[in-house]
Design a protein around this ligand. Sequence first.
Ligand SMILES: NC(=O)c1ccc[n+]([C@@H]2O[C@H](COP(=O)([O-])OP(=O)(O)OC[C@H]3O[C@@H](n4cnc5c(N)ncnc54)[C@H](O)[C@@H]3O)[C@@H](O)[C@H]2O)c1
Length: 310
Amino acid sequence: MGNIKKMGVVGSGQMGSGIAQLAAVHGLDVWLLDTDPDALSRATKSISNSIHRLISKGHLTKASNNLSLYSFCCFPAVGAEALRRLRCTSNLEDLSAADVVIEAIVESEDVKKKLFNELDLITKRSAILASNTSSISITRIASATTRPSQVIGMHFMNPPPIMKLVEIVRGADTSDETFNVTKALAERFGKTVICSQDYSGFIVNRILMPMINEAFFALYTGVATKEDIDTGMKLGTNHPMGPLELADFIGLDICLSIMRVLHAGLGDGKYAPCPLLIQYVDAGRVGRKRGIGVYNYAKVTEPVKPSSRL
Ligand SMILES: NC(=O)c1ccc[n+]([C@@H]2O[C@H](COP(=O)([O-])OP(=O)(O)OC[C@H]3O[C@@H](n4cnc5c(N)ncnc54)[C@H](O)[C@@H]3O)[C@@H](O)[C@H]2O)c1
């Protein structure tokens, strides 16, 4: 189980594409799978652009392959090698030889369980099945498989190639071996690991999402404008992004799904999602990935002056 050479990544959106990039750059052979061919095309383009950007900024180093630091002139070769190791598919069977599969599809328990059931049937018996879920119970996802001891949460932060943290979540039956192999893999990717018990939202989103939800309530009840809410939290509490900007970056659909998991899983009314957050998602205003969320990104790349609130 310990010798990870081949990885499957399911879901080629913001997170899956970043995880696939990270793995390819660190020397793994990667199959990136999505049911939507357009998502795979977008992912290929964004991975290629991201690798070239990292190379040009000098952030991509051969250290990732456990060799000594590359001299600057060698960086392009690292990028080309990584792109060669990455292949895209819509056929689940292509993941059958993977040593580990990381799932990064829609934040829905039913959809994830169906996928894990299929992965359990087609992957080799020793493979680890990891979920990048932001909030959903690993124990329940694992119950859709015949190998719950090899199912684990491997929660990367957005964007995975840049953010330093991986939150590892052990389900009720996750084995020590699965945990140790997963931790070693995250560390091979240069990440710092934290470990959470399997309770809704784990550590990071248990704390972050209620804050984002509260920012929506502040906007909804007219406490302040979105710009003042974000500026207040940036300059007043030293956060690099305001909570509403961050929600747009994460995806309002993802934020709403997480609030619903917290609300259902922890049973406290304080986790009820803000009606304005629900309304934005209903209107398709899910954030940067769709060009509009709390802010409008259609014409400019930075948050713009307000259009009216929905
Ligand atoms: N966005 C974030 O900041 C963030 C951070 C950490 C974790 N996550 C988690 O990562 C997961 C993915 O989030 P995202 O932001 O990348 O979402 P996204 O909407 O950008 O991408 C999801 C992708 O999954 C694909 N997909 C959906 N169902 C599928 C299936 N059954 N099989 C194959 N592909 C399928 C979709 O076509 C889409 O391309 C979620 O569980 C989310 O909670 C998100």
